[in-house]
Structures are given as structure tokens and as C-alpha cells.
Design a binder for this molecule. Sequence first.
Ligand SMILES: Nc1ncnc2c1ncn2[C@@H]1O[C@H](COP(=O)(O)OP(=O)(O)OP(=O)(O)O)[C@@H](O)[C@H]1O
Ligand SMILES: [Mg+2]
Length: 242
Amino acid sequence: MATSIHVENLVKTYSGPREVTIFTDMSFVVNPGERLALIGESGAGKSTLLHLLGGLDRPTRGSICYGDTDITRLSPAALAEFRNRSLGFVWQVQSLLPEFTALENVMMPLLVRGASPLAAQGPAEAMLAEVGLGGRLHHRAGELSGGEQQRVSLARALVTEPEFLLADEPTGNLDESTATQILDLIERLQSRRAFTSIIVTHSPTLARRSTRTLRLSRGGLFALETNFPNSGTVTMEPESHV
Ligand SMILES: Nc1ncnc2c1ncn2[C@@H]1O[C@H](COP(=O)(O)OP(=O)(O)OP(=O)(O)O)[C@@H](O)[C@H]1O
Ligand SMILES: [Mg+2]
């Protein structure tokens, strides 16, 4: 459990009729065990960056290495396998299957990796108990409250015991106290399971409770700043935004 993420010279341009460059040349390192907050105004490219880190989208140029593995060079099958094995993802938009129960939703990534339903059930139940939803196993996801759904999403992301958790505004639509509970939960789980987390947030509270904050900003050029000068690099390539 000591894999760093090295992002080098990342460029992302969405092509098409409304071509837009999100990053021009971005490099940074995420150290093992960090709880990294990624902040920045709406449209700055936070979700884009998280999707690239999660292998859900490909950069225009640049590399994203988890240890020795450059995920930008993996075949689709190898990438899918890497994601299932090493990454847990909580999406900005609710992504549970609403007609399936909380338990079935959390079992899903284990089934994807080839576990039998019988083998998947135990760990999924244990994970749901860990996020405080032992009493909601058989509720359909669509019947759960927003905060409960976020906890199921977290359970689904962590049931495979990934080395990395990538979460896009996991407390985005929640009231302050529920958001704090989710945060407490992530911290508790992280101290127990020692994964590295990258969490996109608009919440100053969440950012304060991270071990490091990176700000993604826009305004003609895109820059990445860090409040701990030595733990991440700051790379900006001033280039007109198109
Ligand atoms: N598939 C796409 N094609 C073209 N442009 C896109 C695409 N996806 C995102 N963008 C643009 O890229 C920019 C960054 O989007 P992104 O979703 O990464 O922002 P964000 O920082 O996550 O914002 P928010 O805080 O609102 O979630 C936006 O201007 C958006 O319109
Ligand atoms: Mg976003």
C-alpha cells in the first residue's frame, strides 16, 4: 500500500464544434495515504480531472501513473481491470441503480470481478454495516434518503478495498450535518483501511479537513496551486483559453 500517483504534462481538450481546452500542462504528485481535496469554481475542470484520474476519460496528452502503471496507455480491458481492482469512485451525479437494493448495489463491483453472489454478499453486508446502513440492506436505492444514498455509494466504492478513493462532491447535495457525518465516515474508514483519497468539493469544511488542498482555477489560463509547496508541484502553462 504505497503507490503514488504521478500526473505529468496533462493536457485535456474537448474537441468538436465548441472545442475547449481544460488543462494545458498540468503536473502533480499524490502521495500514498493522502486525503487530497480538489477545489475550484464550477466549470474549472474538477470532474474532468477526476474522470481522467479514474480512467473514465483519456487525456489529450500527458501521463497518469499509478506507481509504474501509466493508465493512459492501458488497453480498455486492462483499464477496466485496473479500475475494478484499485479504484473506488463516488460520482457527482447519483449513480446507484435505483431499482436494486442497497445490498445489490454494493455487491455489484464484487460480481464484476467474478465473485459469486454468495461470496459477494458477506463483504457487501459488512461494508454497509460499516457505513451505518446495516438496517437498510434490502431497501431499494431509490427509497433511501440522499445522505443514505451517498453512504451506499461510499460502501460500493470501498467494498473492493481499493487503494484509491476518487469522490466527486460526495457531500454536494447534503445539509451541513449530514455532510459532516459523511466526512467523519470517510476519515474513519481511511484511518482503518489506509487508502489514498482525492475528493472534489465546494465545502471549505471538507477542504480544511483534508491533508492537502489543490485549487483548480480558470480565467484565461488554468493553474493548479497547492497550499503545501513541497508536497505537490505547481505547473502552469499560460496559454490562451479557446
Ligand atoms: N464532454 C464535454 N465536451 C465539451 N466540453 C465539456 C465536456 N465536459 C465538460 N466540458 C466543459 O469543461 C469544463 C469543465 O467541466 P467540469 O465538469 O470538469 O467542471 P467542474 O469543475 O467539475 O464543475 P462543477 O463544480 O460545476 O461540477 C466546463 O466548461 C464544461 O462545459
Ligand atoms: Mg464537477
